[in-house]
Design a protein around this ligand. Structure first.
Ligand code: SF4
Length: 260
């Protein structure tokens, strides 16, 4: 992220973007028209829009690609269908979709991100919803999955002065929902963790000591050949270090475990 080395587009990540776009646009339709057929009908136009905005995505379906465009779209259709197994969008009126949130902590650290959906009950309760195009994590990885949601809850709490009542992760890979009720103590702990992570980033920036953290994502990492963990040499650190400007933390990209 600091080196800003470009990454190849990934079919799974772009499919995640597509499914998110479809679920966002679905709520533009009048409630009664939010059917599985209507959602499937949004897939191709949304894909065409994405492809027009980012012509480099055409490399995903070049000769020798793992999936054809039709197979790729079919998997996206399956995710959209699984969404309907989890809730009925005809009975929902989200307060916000793709909401940009930003706050500055008392330390001066700026937090920002995009929340997939915010629902507000007539009685004022706040629910944060995030769609994941993968499968639900095993119980021992749930805390990591929830960290990103607590991050959003912390920002919304700071912005709106109310602790969100429910955090809801919807896994469209296997039709499961993970729900969590946060409290103030949780969000204060999240704030301390984010601050500690920022301090760790600053220390690494000052010392130049960036340690690889190998894990299961290494198999999909575009930077493996430059990674010391695999015998590579990283490029020299760029000019303009992250602590030169305003400090800022954003959550990890969607559909990748939050791992700040
Ligand atoms: S190969 Fe693994 S440890 Fe190295 S940069 Fe990529 S994800 Fe990190």
């Amino acid at each position: 992220m600091i080196d800003r080395i470009p990454e190849r587009p990934s079919a799974a990540a772009v499919r995640g973007t597509l499914v998110h776009a479809v679920l966002e646009r679905l709520f533009d339709l009048p409630a009664a028209e939010r059917t599985p057929e209507a959602a499937r009908g949004l897939l191709e136009p949304q894909w065409e829009r994405l492809a027009a905005e980012e012509p480099q995505l055409s490399v995903l379906f070049e000769e020798g690609a793992e999936e054809s465009l039709e197979e790729w779209l079919d998997r996206a259709r399956g995710m959209v269908d699984r969404y309907f197994a989890l809730e009925d969008p005809r009975r929902l009126e989200p307060a916000e979709r793709e909401l940009f949130v930003e706050t500055v902590l008392p330390s001066g650290l700026k937090l920002r991100g995009y929340v997939d959906r915010v629902d507000v009950a007539p009685t004022g309760e706040l629910r944060i919803v995030d769609y994941k195009t993968g499968s639900a994590p095993r119980a021992d990885f749930e805390a990591r999955a929830l960290f990103q949601m607590k991050f959003y809850a912390l920002v919304l709490w700071r912005v709106r002065g109310r602790v969100p009542n429910l955090l809801q992760l919807m896994y469209l890979g296997n039709s499961e929902v993970l729900r969590y009720v946060p409290d103030e103590a949780d969000l204060r702990a999240t704030e301390r963790k984010v601050e500690a992570l920022w301090q760790a980033i600053r220390r690494a920036t000052e010392t130049g000591d960036w340690r690889p953290r190998p894990g299961r994502l290494c198999d999909w990492c575009d930077h493996k050949e430059r990674c010391p963990e695999f015998g590579g040499t990283p490029p020299p650190l760029p000019e303009g270090r992250p602590d030169a400007g305003e400090p800022r933390v954003v959550p990890a990209a969607r559909d990748v475990s939050a791992d700040l």
